[in-house]
Ligand binder design. Structure first.
Ligand code: PHE
Length: 339
């Protein structure tokens, strides 16, 4: 009898049930009226008195093991069925779908990467700026009409303050604090009082760049911006410069790239010219260096500035600048980035 009970104990321990029906069959097999346990108790009556104690304990241990097994298996099967009935797929990876970066951030990061590779640092500055950093140090004389070019938002309470109209103001701050060699770019948000349309907004984003050192020439400017254009728009990109005017650079130029849509053959994006304008640039005016306490006999420099919206529109063929500010998920979801 002892051997029989031990064999049964082993059977109980190794039993497992796929479903509630199998578990119920197990219960009936052992605990049912005609089951194993009642049968053992019946047999117990024939056990000689000296073995009774030991056999009684063994049968009770077996009964306890059966009851424990039933409770454990029942709990497991219950858990499994709630998971199934509530449509949870526990094998799916955890977490909700990842968001994507805003297209303007993707392009800004790409521009920063490109200039970092040739030694430019990143500098930032305040969005509310004083007249000196936004205009005067940049060679905009008082009352000069060039100030109107920028459609400034002034702060009513203090006419010396305005929302910066470009991030050239950040470069003034860098030059005030450091001496050449200076190689830095300043990404940031800028503000101009322009009517909102598909091509203009009163808030937009810029990346401006500055390089000041001994013997910096227009050739350096051209080569740097040529490298930049090819990195961003592809190795077949061509560039050309057109004379222009900015108070803080002399000579000044605007740079075009060969149209990245039609490759220069002519399309409606480039208005059939084969070229699209992407940035303004020039050699830093000696007056600007002087205003920032940099020796303009010893040092020269170049500067450039571009609108991130415009570059993004060209790169991704977005035809309405307002899309960048609406945060419509159907638009934003189309952009993916690795960083
Ligand atoms: N600051 C100019 C702008 O806001 C861009 C620019 C920067 C042009 C540097 C020339 C040199 O449009």
């Amino acid at each position: 009898m002892k051997n029989k009970i031990n064999a049964l104990l082993h059977e109980v321990k190794t039993f497992s049930a796929e479903n509630l029906e199998q578990l119920e069959a197990f219960r009936i097999q052992f605990l049912g009226k005609k089951g194993t346990i009642p049968a053992l108790f019946a047999e117990f009556k024939t056990v000689p008195p000296e073995e009774r104690r030991e056999m009684g304990q063994l049968i009770n241990t077996l009964k306890q093991a059966i009851q424990n097994k039933i409770v454990t298996l029942k709990n497991q099967l219950d858990e499994k069925s709630t998971a199934q009935s509530s449509n949870f797929d526990l094998s799916l990876p955890a977490g909700s779908p990842l968001g994507t970066r805003h297209p303007l951030s993707i392009v800004r990061n790409e521009i920063i990467d490109i200039f970092s590779r040739i030694g430019f640092s990143v500098s930032e500055g305040p969005e509310i700026e004083d007249d000196f950093h936004n205009f005067t140090a940049l060679n905009f004389p008082e009352e000069h009409p060039a100030r109107d070019m920028q459609d400034t938002f002034f702060i009513e309470k203090d006419p010396d303050l305005a929302l910066r109209t470009h991030t050239s103001s950040v470069q003034v701050r860098v030059m005030e604090k450091s001496q050449p060699p200076i190689r830095t770019i300043s990404p940031g948000r800028v503000f101009r009082n322009e009517a909102i349309s598909a091509r203009a907004h009163c808030i937009f984003h810029q990346v401006e760049g500055l390089y000041v050192d001994e013997d910096v020439s227009f050739t350096d400017l051209k080569q740097t911006l040529f490298y930049f254009a090819r990195e961003l728009f592809g190795e077949h990109t061509k560039i050309r410069f057109r004379p222009s005017y900015f108070p803080f650079t002399e000579p000044s130029a605007e740079m075009d790239i060969s149209c990245n849509i039609c490759g220069g053959k002519g399309c409606n994006i480039c208005k059939y010219t084969g070229w699209v304008e992407i940035l303004g640039c020039g050699m830093v005016d000696p007056n600007v260096l002087e205003a920032c306490h940099i020796d303009n006999k010893k040092y020269t420099g170049f500067a450039f500035g571009m609108g991130i919206e415009r570059i993004t529109m060209l790169k991704y063929q977005v035809n309405d600048l307002r899309l960048f500010f609406e945060n419509d998920l159907r638009f934003l979801k189309q952009f993916q980035s690795s960083r």
